[in-house]
Design a protein around this ligand. Structure first.
Ligand code: GLN
Length: 456
């Protein structure tokens, strides 16, 4: 704990933590120490982690990177966080993120941007940017983030660490501040696949407080291994998106690194084949229509009355709502609430919301067909390595405000269909910027996913 506290102090400029629980972490460490001597310590004894600022932890502030939750204190602890605490994890602090987990660069936080430790002029990715940088810079051993369209995997890729998004419903969402409820997943970010798998194992499983969580038994993910003879006796069938790899939108360095892994897997005896996803171009529109619709509904509870920030100059109830929400939410969140409200409005509901739900089903069916033939889908995690701060905010004249959304092209599919996916480090580009490789597997095939990821 002391070592991490020193490192956190030395790396303040990265802005990874919004709050450090120094004294509390020391106390937790003392308790764990006693339990270790008594032989009663849990499975995570000594593991020092940080949690993204969207996870409730009773008695602690939780802000979702937003002004609207000013002075708000969590009244209960997220199931996932409680399970980690029950196994004696030590929580060292709360980590900076994009406001309400909306973003791919961690530039949308009310607490200021997070910086990539590989190059502080570059973004760490988002929205779990603080969580990824904290692991990258050794400010804690692992982090817990959330992934609605890539927010665990994309920053993990930009920071050269491992990010795991489980199957939808594998980990209870109780206590996770909602962005888009039918997409949101809690997931670990760690230095190694083993650490991520162990955290998943502890957090996963049935929970009375989340009706969408799965009752499927939790496997010993941290023990999952490909046996040395698997490649000969049971070669894996792995697909990769031909279009995704050959597209001009993908950096040459990323294409090469991904091709390198494809070659290595083939050499090991596995079948790795190119496939096309005919609905690829509908992934992002489907994702953004449905998530903004869900977000506009989820965020309607922040009305200036019940939580946190309240405008004090309002003269009546309507202006209280309007002013509190206008001042409390940042630009990106306001934009998405407007988009989502539009998609759900009576005259456009069928044209946008219903249509996007139908396309979501088609994407799921196409993905299911793909996974009848293949065990895994491999791709780069992102089309480019970490970009510069300000480069994709769309605020310069002539800038395309949708550019940032393209950073999620490879990650959103897993959330649209609810499948598990992992990003593992796959070398660096010429500038030393980390590159990530993504693997996606069938629902609840986390054991196989972890085993293959570990072998890479
Ligand atoms: N970047 C995506 C978005 O802004 C994903 C965010 C996430 O996974 N929370 O919606």
């Amino acid at each position: 704990v002391e070592q991490y506290l020193v490192r956190i102090d030395e790396h303040r400029h990265l802005n990874a933590f919004t709050e450090v629980y120094a004294d509390e972490a020391r106390q937790q460490a003392d308790v764990v120490d006693q339990k270790l001597s008594a032989g009663t310590a849990g499975r995570l004894a000594g593991m020092v982690i940080g949690i993204k600022d969207v996870l409730s932890y009773t008695g602690h502030s939780v802000r979702a990177g937003s002004r609207i939750l000013d002075n708000f204190t969590a009244q209960f602890t997220a199931t996932a966080v409680q399970r980690l605490l029950d196994e004696d994890v030590i929580i060292i602090g709360r980590q900076n993120c994009d406001e309400f987990a909306m973003g791919s660069s961690n530039e949308n936080s009310a607490f200021g941007p997070v910086r990539n430790a590989a190059d502080p002029n570059r973004v760490p990715g988002g929205s779990s940017g603080g969580s990824a940088v904290a692991v990258q810079a050794g400010l804690c051993l692992a982090s817990i983030g959330s992934d609605t369209g890539g927010s665990v995997r994309q920053p993990a890729a930009f920071c050269g660490v491992v990010g795991l998004k489980p199957t939808y419903g594998r980990i209870s969402r109780w206590g996770l501040i909602a962005y888009a409820s039918s997409f949101d997943c809690i997931g670990p970010i760690a230095n190694t696949v083993d650490d991520a798998a162990l955290l998943l194992e502890v957090m996963a499983g049935a929970d009375d407080f989340d009706s969408t969580v799965s009752n499927q038994p939790v496997a010993a993910y941290s023990q999952a291994r490909l046996s040395g003879r698997d490649a000969e006796t049971r070669p894996l069938r792995i697909a990769y998106l031909r279009g995704g790899l050959e597209s001009s939108g993908v950096d040459a360095s990323i294409r090469e690194a991904t091709q390198g892994k494809i070659d290595a897997l083939q050499m090991a005896g596995h079948t790795v084949e190119p496939v096309e996803l005919s609905l690829l171009k509908y992934l992002l529109p489907t994702y953004y229509i449905l998530t903004t619709a869900e977000a506009s509904s989820n965020l309607s509870r922040f009305d200036g009355v019940r939580y946190g920030y309240r405008d004090t100059s309002a003269s009546d109830l309507l202006s209280l709502y309007k002013r509190s929400r206008t001042e409390g939410f940042g630009a990106e969140v306001r934009k998405r609430i407007l988009l989502g409200t539009f998609a759900l409005s009576a005259s456009y509901y069928d044209a946008y919301y219903t249509k996007a739900q139908q396309v979501r089903r088609l994407i799921r069916e196409e993905t299911e067909r793909l996974f009848e033939q293949y065990d895994f889908l491999l791709s780069p995690t992102t089309p480019s390595p970490a970009f510069r701060l300000g480069e994709k905010t769309g605020q310069g004249s002539g800038d395309d405000p949708l550019q940032m959304y393209l950073a999620d092209i490879f990650t959103v599919q897993a959330n649209v269909v609810g499948y598990p996916a992992i990003s593992v480090p796959n070398g660096t580009d010429v500038n030393g910027l980390p590159i990530g490789l993504q693997l996606m597997a069938r629902p609840f095939a986390e054991e196989a996913l972890v085993a293959l990821a570990k072998s890479l």
